[in-house]
Design a protein around this ligand. Sequence first.
Ligand code: CA
Length: 518
Amino acid sequence: MNIQINLLIGSLSLFGVHDTKAQALHMQQPDAEKPNVIYVFPDQFRNQAMGFWNQDGFRQHINFEADPVHTPFLNEFARQAVVLTSAQSNCPLSSPHRGMLLTGMYPHNSGVPLNCNSNRPISSLNEEAECISDVFKSAGYDCAYFGKLHVDYPTANDPNNPGEYVEKQRPAWDAYTPKERRHGFNHWYSYGTFDEHKNPHYWDTDGRRHDPKEWSPLHEANQVVAYLKNEDNVRNPKKPFFMMVSMNPPHSPYRSLNDCMEEDFALYKDQPLDSLLIRPNADHLMQKAASTPYYFAGVTGVDRAFGKILEALNKLGLDKNTIVIFSSDHGETMCSQGINDPKNTPYVESMNVPFLVRFPNKIAPRVDDLLLSTPDIMPTILGLSGLSSAIPNDVQGSNYAPLLLDKKADITRPTGTLYIQNIDGKKDASGLVQTYFPSARGIKTAQYTFTLYIDRQTKQLKKSLLFDDVKDPYQLHNLPLEKYPDLVNQLCSQMGLLLKQIGDPWYNEQILSPQIPY
Ligand code: CA
């Protein structure tokens, strides 16, 4: 398209057509150079749950065995993308992750230190923050959001008066997002959080509710395809678009065919548990083990929904000028470490997320071990889109676009990425959470996972985790700190520096000082 226009402009010039006409022609494609962006992020999709990791070209880059999952579309996509082995969800919990993703700031600055629900008015996306969608909007993009948002204090919607939120009762978790809180997204098909996967609902741009009775990732993929085709004339085809697609599955519950598609479940239902839960750190005796085939069915269904989006891009000829990223909120422990909590831990199953970026003719497919942090995602996407100069000053993450575009780029690679865990702090008489407590901080380096937990009253060290992820990729041996004083000092220094750089509460309160030299 660009070449044709340029040729046309060139030939018009040859025939002596005045420059202004050529400019006018050019104006019809003002943003032809700007790439479209699609960011797809399911909820509890761990990095290990992608089949290509066991294939040639990928296997040699990792030291674990991939889950026995069917992900044909991701497998093909990975061969067209830069694939990160070590992208981390720094605070692996829905709302804090999403706050970082949208603002490029850590949880103490994004407004979202805790999972959002109606008991936590202190955790809600900072309305003043310039989010990634605000920047794209200012750069002339159409911006669309599909699926789960879960980053705001829940607000109700009046079904008889769409667009107004006048109900007295606040919903516990789910939320309608009024227009003034949509941060530049001018197309909306979203909800707060809701876990009936075959009975989802969405509020559209005008606040109307839809209850499609369809498995949510497939329904969302169909909505995305309709947007790409511009079926209802909802986007300006002359503008580039920025789109976020947040699929809830794979996400609990994982217990029946209400949670996944039967054809996907059929792939796993007759497999013995030993052949599914292959990680040596998984406890097969846990009640949750029965969820495994449903979890993997969710993974395969999401793969297919993602494939539908890719297919539509190809058919519409949009694939060449569209950056497509596949990542996840955080992982899923699925019986690893014998814990029920699927997330919110520094274990590799919880923190390590997929991160694949396809940008045809710009990014050469390869595997890279960049230790990407969640706040890096916003500036990196803006960098890839040619909008480095528009990265807001408040952003705390780094722009690694030069590195994705060229593995030899002269750019300093991070040597560590933070782990952050906050819990509820003080509550008022009615039980509303007024503060948060920074219960654990840690650092993940190329070799180690290190986390310190503190006591709520004394703020002294309560528990530690230290794993050598090179020698012990399944994190079976928690190393005692007293046996490795030099290593612990080094990791504390590295972590202290990062906490200081971001102005974390641990730095401000000098927690565990002087063990951590800030
Ligand atoms: Ca989540």
